[in-house]
Design a protein around this ligand. Structure first.
Ligand code: SAM
Length: 177
C-alpha cells in the first residue's frame, strides 16, 4: 500500500481545495480534457471529487464517472458532494491501483494532481492502459514535480505517448504497436 495522508491531512487537503480550486478553473481544465456527454470517466486519485462532480454533470445521464481514491475518506466527501449537486452518475472506488472496471471501457482518465504520489508507476499505468478504450485518453495534470520528467517516465513504459500539450493538461494516448 503506498503512503497515504492521515485523516487530518486528508481533511485539511479537502478544506484547502474548497478555497483554492475555483469552479471556473475546474471547468476550464475539464474542457481541455475534452469530455463529452455519454462518456465513461475514471477520475483516478479524485480526492474529495472537485473534478468528479462537474465531470458527471458534463457526461450527463448516459455517462458515468468512477471516482477512485486510495483514501477511505474520499468516498464520504464524494458522496456528500454528489448529494449537494444532485448528481447520480458518480460511483466511488476505493483502490490504490486496480479498479475492477472492464477492459476497454473508459473514454477519459483524469489524472489530476496525483502523479507525484506514485512510487511505482508501471502497475498503475498498466491498469489505466487496460481499462481505457483504444481511442481513450489520459488527461494528465502535473503538480509538485517537473512535467517533462513525469512525461518521460510515463512514455518509457511504452504504453502511452503524448498526443497533445494544452495549457493545464498533457493528453496521453495509448501507444499503437
Ligand atoms: C492532491 S489530491 C488531488 C485530488 C484531485 N485529483 C484534484 O485534483 O482535486 C491526490 C489524491 O490522490 C490520492 N492518491 C494518491 N495515490 C493514489 C493511488 N496510488 N491510488 C489512488 N489514489 C491515490 C490521494 O489519496 C489524494 O486524495
Amino acid at each position: 500500500m503506498p503512503k497515504m495522508l492521515s485523516n487530518i491531512g486528508f481533511k485539511f487537503m479537502c478544506w484547502s481545495f474548497k478555497i483554492f480550486k475555483k469552479k471556473d478553473k475546474i471547468l476550464k481544465i475539464l474542457k481541455e480534457a475534452n469530455i463529452k456527454p455519454g462518456d465513461v470517466i475514471l477520475d483516478y486519485g479524485c480526492g474529495p471529487g472537485n473534478f468528479s462532480i462537474p465531470a458527471a454533470q458534463i457526461v450527463g445521464d448516459k455517462g458515468i464517472v468512477y471516482a477512485a481514491d486510495m483514501h477511505p475518506l474520499s468516498a464520504q466527501y464524494v458522496l456528500k458532494n454528489t448529494q449537494k449537486a444532485s448528481v447520480t452518475n458518480v460511483e466511488t472506488l476505493l483502490t490504490s491501483c486496480k479498479t475492477g472496471l472492464n477492459e476497454n471501457s473508459v473514454d477519459v482518465v483524469l489524472l489530476f494532481d496525483v502523479f507525484h504520489y506514485f512510487k511505482e508507476i508501471k502497475p498503475i499505468f498498466t491498469e489505466l492502459h487496460r481499462v481505457l478504450k483504444p481511442s481513450g485518453n489520459i488527461a494528465l495534470e502535473i503538480h509538485h514535480m517537473d512535467e517533462n520528467k513525469a512525461i518521460n517516465s510515463i512514455t518509457e513504459t511504452n504504453m502511452f505517448n503524448v498526443r497533445e500539450k494544452k495549457e493545464h493538461l498533457v493528453i496521453l494516448q495509448k501507444t499503437t504497436k
